[in-house]
Design a protein around this ligand. Structure first.
Ligand code: CU1
Ligand code: CU1
Length: 275
């Protein structure tokens, strides 16, 4: 059984294995297809009739499936690797070890936002952005610039306490757990973390920054925790809703998996601890 761990508890060897698998996927070209897919689903979320990846109930199952596919791609390189998660309620400073040169590297420099330390620095030659919003090929970050504070544990707890999964009109104005977690409403958890990191994380091409996976792994863990705390609550809407993915409807781009299929992740992975 694959166990997903808190990145703060990884050994030096586990950090190296994760980084090396990511770099191997990048050099084989596989990594960039994840960036394209994510960006395509940001765009089609607003352009097409059906909302899938964001601003809709399937935000959580869509990313759960997306992360599973990425984790399997890493495991094809190194079967020992699982996705680590970043508990940003605990590791909440620009000096936290997640930003170390032995893991994800640090903040972007002030002149142009370029990350210059760690394995994803442009100068290493290993991390050139090919799916990118403009001609700049380097990873950019501006930690704590777009918003000063990451969400707190109390804020996360307040969202976990919301008993209903989602609500009509099933979008970025909805009440319910999903939209409060996604961050269009209320204390703003997920969206705020993208803005706090800044640079590529503030764009639809956010998977260009490997911290994307650790952020979304924690979002997935919060959903998992919410499922445990509200055992009688279910994914909504269950059926017959235009323009969003119902419980038993397949999701693009896979077309072979429904939210119902993804509710129980225990056969594929577990988390090391509860929240
Ligand atoms: Cu996303
Ligand atoms: Cu996200």
């Amino acid at each position: 059984m694959a166990v997903r761990k808190n990145q703060a508890t990884l050994t030096a060897q586990e950090k190296r294995a994760f980084v090396n698998a990511v770099l191997a996927l990048k050099s084989s070209g596989g990594y960039d297809s994840f960036v394209s897919t994510h960006n395509q689903f940001i765009v089609s979320d607003t352009d097409n009739g059906e909302r899938v990846g964001h601003r809709s109930p399937s935000f959580l199952p869509w990313h759960r499936r997306f992360l599973l596919q990425f984790e399997q791609a890493l495991q094809a390189v190194d079967p020992s690797v699982t996705l680590p998660y970043w508990d940003w309620t605990a590791d909440r400073t620009t000096g936290a070890t997640i930003w170390g040169a032995d893991f994800l590297g640090g903040n972007g420099r002030s002149s142009d936002g370029q990350v210059t330390t760690g394995p994803f620095a442009y100068s290493t030659g290993n991390w050139n952005l090919t799916v990118r919003p403009d001609s700049r090929p380097f990873l950019r970050r501006s930690l704590a610039a777009g918003v000063a504070q990451l969400p707190t544990r109390a804020e996360a707890e307040s969202v976990l306490a919301i008993a209903q999964y989602d609500a009509a009109p099933w979008n970025s104005t909805s009440a319910g757990f999903r939209n409060n977690l996604e961050g269009w409403r209320g204390v703003n958890l997920h969206n705020r973390v993208h803005v706090w990191v800044g640079g590529m994380m503030s764009t639809g091409m956010s998977p260009n920054d490997p911290v994307f996976w650790l952020h979304h792994c924690f979002i997935d863990k919060l959903w998992s925790e919410w499922q445990k705390r509200h055992p009688s609550a279910t994914y909504l809407p269950t059926a017959g809703t235009a323009n969003v993915v119902d419980l038993n409807e397949t999701m693009k781009p896979w077309n072979d998996v429904t939210p119902a299929d993804l509710l129980d992740h225990s056969a594929q992975y577990t988390y090391d601890t509860g929240f």
